[in-house]
Design a protein around this ligand. Structure first.
Ligand SMILES: Cc1cc2nc3c(=O)[nH]c(=O)nc-3n(C[C@H](O)[C@H](O)[C@H](O)COP(=O)(O)O)c2cc1C
Length: 142
């Protein structure tokens, strides 16, 4: 089993219809490709975890990377893991409110994961929570 974790920034705020359309397409493609995972986002960031056959995951990530709905796509982690972590989810998604802790959301999502995978996702969530609190302390630059 192979997985990729990446983060990116939305290029514009997605409305509910846009997000729904993105997700239903993602789910349909992922089902066909044997890919499962999670997509967590707020207004400033996406954190996505994709797992499956290596070629299929890399192919999907290559497609996602050039999607103009987001930018600054950074691969945080990729490589082999022992087993599928989210067998029930072609793409679980969770919208995180501005004042909500990503760490809290991720803690719930990784409950059934292997400890090493859970830890790495939590590490990224914590880093993002820290970055967000620093951003919030500064005047908005957008
Ligand atoms: C944040 C984000 C996450 C995405 N996740 C997936 C995904 O998990 N699987 C997928 O096939 N496409 C995903 N997409 C969409 C792809 O970038 C691309 O638009 C889509 O795969 C094209 O499929 P189509 O030819 O069926 O429209 C995502 C896009 C964004 C912006």
């Amino acid at each position: 089993m192979y997985r990729i974790v990446y983060m990116s920034r939305p290029t514009r705020e997605m409305n509910i219809e846009d997000a729904g359309d993105l997700l239903s397409r993602a789910e349909k493609n992922n089902e066909r490709n044997g890919i499962t995972g999670i997509l967590i986002h707020d207004r400033r960031r996406y954190l996505q975890y994709l797992e499956g056959d290596e070629a299929k995951v890399e192919e999907t990530f290559a497609r996602i990377s050039i999607d103009r709905r987001h930018q600054a796509v950074i691969r945080l982690k990729s490589g082999t893991i022992s087993r599928r972590q989210f067998p029930g989810w072609a793409m679980a998604s969770k919208l995180v409110a501005d004042d909500e802790s990503l760490t809290k959301v991720v803690t719930r999502l990784v409950e059934d994961c292997d400890p090493d995978v859970a830890e790495e996702l939590l590490k990224f969530a914590k880093a993002r929570d820290e970055a967000t609190s620093t951003e919030a302390a500064r005047p908005d630059r957008t």
